[in-house]
Design a protein around this ligand. Structure first.
Ligand code: AMP
Ligand code: TRP
Length: 328
């Protein structure tokens, strides 16, 4: 693959889960080699839900520390906080004026989130996919590593880019989503019909990246499976399929290799092995995280530098867009 531009973001809405790692952050790291990557803490997105200002500030910084702990090298790949690069807000408005209400009405995440936060269905929640399209298009990204739940938003970004290019001349690169074949949708451990989510009120349903090893083992032991009694990857067995997929993702093994390894084994053996594989990946991440977070001055320097470098690229796009639409 020739050098591509990669962009992705994560909301600082809580401590990331194993699902964020398997679905997205793992690929952020893998794509760093040979590509130009930009990674952002999407704090403006988090405002779509009411936030405590001090907590939001703190969580944005700790999310940056976690991204570094996951193996993102901020020297190679600018790592920044979205609101530190004002071009995100600027492009979003122009794109808002080039997006149809009908398109946004079809976004499944909007429907889910407005059902969950029925007392605060604000306009930002509705136009949030346009802000995200701007995040991507500002950097002329080719590839956007995300979990399955963001696929529809990346498709919207593609449609907006194509529409804008047709109306104003070639301006934006048309991006592609990059979703893992195994693990694009990690499921809840307590209700495997639902996706694993860091905002789930039941902490047993997810593995937090900062969970202790003993807690991780306990959560996997209690994970809901089924009564088939066989280890196999099959339709209609979401709990079993979820454990197998997590194991593949942690170990880098294929599904065939994994199924051979557990041929004839019991559920308990599989659950312990999955827990151990997760602990092995997570432990060094936790150690690095606390080290990075404790050097506040250095962390603040890193994100300031990231924002400056990101803004250089972003300003080129905003300048071109403002000229094309007649704002400059
Ligand atoms: P968020 O926590 O919503 O900011 O999501 C950060 C990244 O994790 C996005 O790329 C999501 O698509 C991905 N992600 C979130 N939940 C899951 C899940 N259950 N399975 C796989 N990927 C996920
Ligand atoms: N909306 C994404 C989520 O909730 C996070 C995000 C914001 C993002 N901006 C992005 C992902 C740009 C990819 C590219 O998961």
């Amino acid at each position: 693959m020739e050098n591509k531009v990669i962009l992705s973001g994560i909301q600082p809405s809580g401590i990331p889960t194993l699902a964020n790692y398997v679905g997205a952050l793992r690929n952020w790291k893998l794509l760093q080699n040979g590509n130009d990557c930009y990674y952002c803490v999407a704090n403006m997105h988090a405002l779509t839900v009411r936030q405590n200002p001090d907590e939001l500030r703190e969580r944005s910084l700790s999310m940056a520390a976690l991204i570094i702990a996951f193996g993102i090298d901020p020297v190679k790949s600018p790592l920044f906080i979205q609101s530190d690069v004002h071009q995100h807000a600027e492009l979003a408005w122009v794109l808002d004026c080039n997006t149809y209400m009908g398109e946004l009405n079809r976004m499944t995440q909007f429907k889910d989130k407005s059902a969950k936060h029925a007392d605060n269905i604000n306009a930002g929640l509705f136009t949030y996919p346009v802000l995200m399209a701007g995040d991507i298009l500002l950097y002329q990204a080719d590839v956007v590593p995300v979990g399955n739940d963001q696929k529809q938003h990346v498709e919207l970004a593609r449609n907006i880019a194509i529409r804008f290019n047709n109306a104003f001349g070639e301006t934006f690169k048309v991006p592609e989503p990059y979703i893992p074949k195994i693990g694009g949708r990690v499921m809840s451990l307590t209700d495997p019909e639902k996706k694993m989510s860091k905002s789930d009120p039941n902490p047993n349903s997810y593995i937090s990246i900062l969970d202790d090893p003993a807690v991780i083992t306990k959560k996997f032991k209690r994970a809901v499976t089924d009564s088939e009694g066989r280890i196999a990857y099959e339709d209609g067995r979401p709990g079993m399929n979820n454990l197998l997929s997590i194991y593949c993702s942690m170990t880098g093994k294929t599904m065939d290799e994994t199924l051979r390894e557990f041929d004839g084994a019991g559920y308990g053996t599989l659950k312990t092995a999955v827990a151990d594989s997760v602990i092995e990946v997570i432990k060094p991440v936790q150690e690095t995280y606390y080290r990075v977070l404790n050097d506040r001055a250095e962390l603040e320097r890193i994100i300031k530098d990231g924002a400056q470098r990101a803004a250089e690229t972003a300003e080129k796009t905003v300048d071109a867009v403002y000229r094309k639409v007649g704002l400059r």
